[in-house]
Each structure stands twice: as structure tokens, then as C-alpha cells.
Design a binder for this molecule. Structure first.
Ligand code: B1M
Length: 216
């Protein structure tokens, strides 16, 4: 199994579609936990790719290609993850968005999948989402939690913009706000008055459960 984990990681980093997808398929068939395939193999490979990008060892087109391989592997792994969900789960609503100006959605999609499999209903607004759309959705759907993802140091401040809009619209008390994304820190979450911060997708589930417990 560990050999296939390495093949999957290498396939993601080198944007080799077939070897990566085949390895993901074999890992699922061998019974590896889909959460672990996502967090311990796929997310780690993308982090390593980011480090290589920083060092100038790969360039944007290669990263775009790797993101496509990630999506193809995710399309295999996510249904296996969702199949773990119990039929009778109640499903409090979580609205998720990658904030305006930011097109990174692979991590947010993982958070969405893990929340769904843990019994939450998730409304995913996608990427590059303006505060207006979030405000509108809170009014229409009254979610228990709004989750804001940001991957760029230039878009992280937009999480604060959203919180300020919620305040201005008188909605802040109606919803818990969780923030995340690679450059986001617990200190930042505190500073902007978010209710929760999560470092990764499994932690996002833990924090969401805690926030919902607090909300009840
Ligand atoms: Co971009 N990119 N990118 N990129 N990209 C980063 C973020 C970067 C760190 C790479 C680098 O330089 N090392 C860098 C940002 C630097 C900075 O801000 N200081 C960067 C840059 C510069 C850019 C562009 C500006 C490049 C350019 O055009 N010149 C551009 C920006 C486009 C835009 O958004 N406007 C850009 C574009 C892209 C692609 C489109 C090519 C592609 C994204 C494809 C997509 O998402 N559909 C891409 C990718 C793939 C990356 C890296 C390599 C990988 C990101 C990723 O998907 N990781 C990334 C390097 C890195 O992060 N180290 C990089 C895998 C994913 C599973 O992890 O998203 O961190 P992550 O999510 C985790 C946690 O963060 C957490 O849980 C997830 C699962 O564990 N989490 C949450 C995420 N959201 C959460 C929300 C929560 C809770 C937890 O609650 C709500």
C-alpha cells in the first residue's frame, strides 16, 4: 500500500494522470481510508509541489496540470468518503466559500467532503465568492456555520471583510464563522473575531462540531 501512496504523490507532483489515478484506485481497493488518502497523500503532495514552486523547480502550467490530476483523483476518492456517511444523519447546514479574488478550491472541496461525510449538509458557493453572495445566502438559508477559505496572503484579509459585512448587516449573531486555508493562522482568526479556525479538513469537522455544540 505504501508503494501506491508514493506513486500517487509522485503522480500528483509530476502531473502524471494515469499513474496517479490508478494508484488512487488501487489504494481504495486495498481498503485505505479515503480520509487518509486525501490528507496524508494528496494534500501532502500538493504542499510539496507548492514548496517546489516557491524554489522555482516547477512553474504555473505544471501546477495547473497537477491540480487537474488532483481533481481526477478526488473524483474517485470523494464518493468512497461520502459512502461512509450514515443514512440517518441530521445535517446542520454549513455554507462554504473560497473568498473573492481567490481561485484555490481543492482544499475547500476536501473540507466540504469531510463535513458531508460527518453528517453536515454543505452548500458550497465555490471560489471567488464576494461578501454580497455570502450575505444573501445567510439570509435565504440560515446556515449554522459559514466557512471561509483563503490560500493567498492577498485574499486572507477578505475573510475580515466578510466578517465586517456580517456585522454591518446585523447577521453576525446568527451564524458561526470558521476560517481556514494555508496562510491563515489561529492568531488571525482571533484578531478578526472568527468563531473558529481549522488547519486541515479533519480539524474543520472537529471545529464545526464544537461550534454547533456551542450554538445549541
Ligand atoms: Co496557487 N499559490 N496560485 N494555484 N497554489 C499557492 C497558494 C502558493 C502558496 C504557491 C507558492 O508560491 N508556494 C502561492 C501563494 C503565495 C502567497 O499568497 N504568498 C500561490 C500563487 C502565488 C498563485 C497565483 C497568484 C500564481 C500566479 O498566477 N502567478 C495564482 C492565484 C490565482 C487566484 O487565486 N487568483 C495561483 C493559481 C493556482 C492554480 C490555479 C494553478 C492552482 C489552484 C487550483 C485549484 O485550487 N483549483 C494552485 C495551486 C494548486 C497551489 C498550491 C501548489 C497547492 C494548493 C492546494 O490545492 N493544496 C499552493 C501551494 C501551497 O499551498 N503550499 C499554491 C492542497 C490542498 C488540499 O491544501 O488548499 O491548503 P489547502 O487546504 C487544506 C488546508 O489549508 C485546510 O484544509 C485543506 C485540507 O487539509 N483548509 C481549510 C483550506 N480551506 C479551509 C477552510 C476551512 C478550514 C480548513 O474552514 C472554512
Amino acid at each position: 500500500m505504501s508503494e501506491d501512496v508514493e506513486i500517487l504523490k509522485r503522480g500528483l507532483i509530476a502531473a502524471e494522470m494515469e499513474p496517479a489515478v490508478d494508484a488512487a484506485r488501487r489504494l481504495l481497493a486495498a481498503g485505505m481510508d479515503p480520509r487518509s488518502i486525501l490528507e496524508d497523500a494528496m494534500a501532502v503532495a500538493m504542499f510539496d509541489l507548492g514548496e517546489m514552486w516557491k524554489r522555482g523547480e516547477v512553474f504555473l502550467p505544471e501546477v495547473v496540470a497537477s491540480a487537474e490530476v488532483f481533481k481526477a483523483c478526488n473524483a474517485l476518492v470523494e464518493p468512497a468518503l461520502l459512502a461512509q456517511r450514515g443514512e440517518d444523519e441530521a445535517g446542520l447546514l454549513v455554507v462554504l466559500a473560497t473568498v473573492k479574488g481567490d481561485l484555490h478550491d481543492l482544499g475547500k472541496n476536501m473540507v466540504a467532503a469531510m463535513l458531508r461525510t460527518s453528517g453536515f449538509e454543505v452548500l458550497d458557493l465555490g471560489k471567488d465568492v464576494p461578501a454580497d453572495r455570502i450575505v444573501e445566502t445567510i439570509r435565504e438559508r440560515a446556515p449554522a456555520i459559514v466557512g471561509l477559505s483563503a490560500l493567498l496572503t492577498t485574499t486572507v484579509p477578505y475573510q475580515q471583510t466578510v466578517l465586517e459585512r456580517l456585522d454591518a448587516e446585523g447577521l453576525r449573531d446568527r451564524v458561526k464563522v470558521m476560517v481556514g486555508g494555508a496562510p491563515v493562522t489561529p492568531e488571525w482568526a482571533d484578531r478578526i473575531g472568527a468563531d473558529g479556525y481549522a488547519n486541515n479538513a479533519p480539524e474543520a469537522v472537529e471545529i464545526a462540531r464544537k461550534l454547533v455544540g456551542e450554538a445549541q
